[in-house]
Unconditional design. Sequence first.
Length: 164
Amino acid sequence: MVLQESYDALQRQSEKQQDKLQELEEQVATMVSIESYETLQKHSEEQKAELESFQSQADLMVSKENYEALQHQLQEQLNKLKNMESIVAAMIPQETYQALEKESELQKEIIADYQNKLTQLQQKYHNQSEKIEASQKQISELQTPAMIAQHHILNKWQYRTFSR
């Protein structure tokens, strides 16, 4: 009889432990789903923030109506410019206008040539200054031993007397 009671007690204890184990498994599953939920919530908030940022950027952008209005305004200005060019062309003889255009192009070419020459001269100056710095460094490196040798020779001959 003692064995039956011990068996029953162990059986009840085993069932209680299984119930506790099942509860723990459910709690772990709930905890994992809470972590997943929190992660998803965090991603959702980040995406909302990005969306709000994009919306604010879109608000700063030019609307299609404004773009079309600006495009229309630009076209009007181009038309006015063409009209002014035609008025200027009518006021100035065509040969003079073409000569001025050619002279302007020649001046642009001359300016470009001078800019190229200036760039070349600047490069040459830079190269020469680097060479001068290198030469000065070499000279200073050579002067130090030469000065030591000269000083040594002067000291050597300083106390000597010459007789005939």
